[in-house]
Design a protein around this ligand. Structure first.
Ligand code: AMP
Length: 290
């Protein structure tokens, strides 16, 4: 497992591996690795012959007052975990200056899709997706993969990145990996470690809410409001939960649905605060065609 810090060295290495005939996959992460990240690596192994994992806590996707400063950065543990897990060829760990050499405030060139940010996390995290699409562009240019592997847990991120590679002709295939969960259903997340014992116990309401939405949709409910109400009722079972949103959108345009149609794919998604800790979960639901 090579450790690479510089963009130029990463580009040289990727070029050599491409010439040698390897199929390159990139698994972008912010570190503090857990089973969810390992499931992405597992999926990358199935699709590619050379795996790069990047670890970069990207400052431009955190808003003012968000947890950038306290975001966990256990790099030594992460490297040990990856070594032990096996199958990772390169860990790319760029320093912040490698991506933002003029400082984040002076950075001028952004990749941005405002129309896809009007719902779900978008309005609550101004600038977040602009930071994500811009840094993923930088990671793709640095690591030159054939394939990018991302978690469906960050559903809006995945849908926006699909538009990024399609609309800007990146020629990179995206693989979306289902959410890895704790035994009780809680989506694994680097932020779960912030939860108190009581909050952790209550946090199962997120997965319960989106699974109930999935069932209701598949049982034939066509109107969004009863489905949203179901999610809100379940979230209300957690006394310490502060709901940011519970929404139902179509996966093409990330816009609210007025009536669910046969053949459509919909996304039921929630975001909840426990204290300062923000958790998200979702269910993608494919409506059968008639
Ligand atoms: P992060 O380090 O949180 O930025 O996440 C890096 C990648 O791991 C993203 O593509 C996430 O969607 C994905 N990911 C995070 N948590 C999970 C999970 N529980 N299951 C599957 N993928 C995940």
């Amino acid at each position: 497992m090579h450790l690479i810090y510089s963009v130029e060295e990463m580009q040289r290495h990727a070029e050599q591996q491409r010439c040698a005939g390897y199929k390159l996959a990139l698994v972008p992460t912010m570190g503090a690795l857990h089973e969810g990240h390992l499931s992405l690596i597992e999926s990358a192994k199935q699709h590619a012959s050379h795996i790069t994992v990047s670890i970069f806590v990207n400052p431009t996707q955190f808003g003012p007052g968000e947890d950038f400063d306290r975001y966990p950065r256990p790099l030594e543990n992460d490297l040990q975990l990856l070594n032990k897990y096996g199958g990772v060829d390169v860990v790319f760990v760029p320093p912040t200056e490698a991506f933002y050499s003029t400082g984040t405030h002076e950075h001028q060139m952004w990749v941005h899709a405002p129309s896809l940010e009007q719902h779900l996390c978008g309005p609550h995290r101004p600038g977040h997706f602009r930071g994500v699409t811009t840094v993923v562009t930088k990671l793709f240019h640095s690591c030159q993969p054939h394939l990018g592997v991302f978690g469906l847990k960050d559903a809006q991120q995945f849908l926006i990145l699909q538009r990024l590679v399609h609309d800007l002709n990146f020629g990179i295939e995206l693989v979306g990996v289902p959410t890895a969960r704790e035994p009780d259903g809680l989506a694994r997340s680097s932020r779960n470690r912030y939860l108190s014992v009581e909050e952790r116990a209550q946090a199962i309401v997120l997965s319960k809410a989106v699974e109930a939405a999935r069932r209701q949709i598949l049982e034939g409910e066509q109107h969004p409001q009863p489905i949203v109400d179901t999610m809100l009722q379940i979230l209300a079972e957690a006394p310490d939960a502060n709901v940011q949103y519970a929404e139902l959108v179509d996966t093409k345009r990330i816009q609210p649905i007025t009536q669910i149609q046969a053949g459509q794919e919909v996304l039921a998604a929630v975001a909840v605060f426990f204290g300062k800790t923000r958790l998200i979960d979702n269910a993608f639901v494919q409506i059968p065609a008639v």
